[in-house]
Design a protein around this ligand. Structure first.
Ligand SMILES: [Zn+2]
Length: 130
């Protein structure tokens, strides 16, 4: 999957700004193409969990509805663990069409950003290219 460098940088900046809590956001896209990153609030306000703030999710859902755009990826950060979906992430993955992007900030100087599809409890890593 293509993930332009500026979008990746925006995500990582949002993740760092949110420390020590997890940060989250949504990438809106069309077809295979990511269009824009929308930073959202983490309603869980937790260092180990995220919940995209319902008002943000609703706003973005209404924005893309009928526009040909879609929720292309769901991003969140792992401040102290690896860039891999947690058991909770897998259980609460309700968007089989979307890519789940996870940034690990274990080494803040060198964040690790990875992408996954999570379909019916199965985790499949997808390669990200700039
Ligand atoms: Zn997670």
């Amino acid at each position: 999957m293509r993930l332009p460098r500026p979008m990746r940088d925006a995500m990582l900046a949002h993740a760092v700004a949110g420390l020590p809590l997890e940060a989250c956001g949504i990438v809106v896209g069309r077809g295979e193409e990511p269009l824009r990153f929308v930073a959202t609030a983490n309603a869980a306000a937790s260092p180990t969990r995220y919940e995209i703030a319902p008002r943000d999710l609703l706003r973005i859902t209404l924005e893309v509805e009928g526009s040909g755009e879609a929720i292309w990826a769901i991003f969140h950060s792992h401040p102290t663990s690896a860039a891999y979906p947690s058991a909770t992430d897998i259980r609460l993955a309700f968007y089989p069409e979307a890519i789940y992007l996870i940034a690990s900030l274990v080494d803040p100087a060198r964040p690790d950003l990875r992408g996954f599809r999570i379909i019916e409890g199965q985790v499949i890593e997808v390669a990200l290219e700039a």
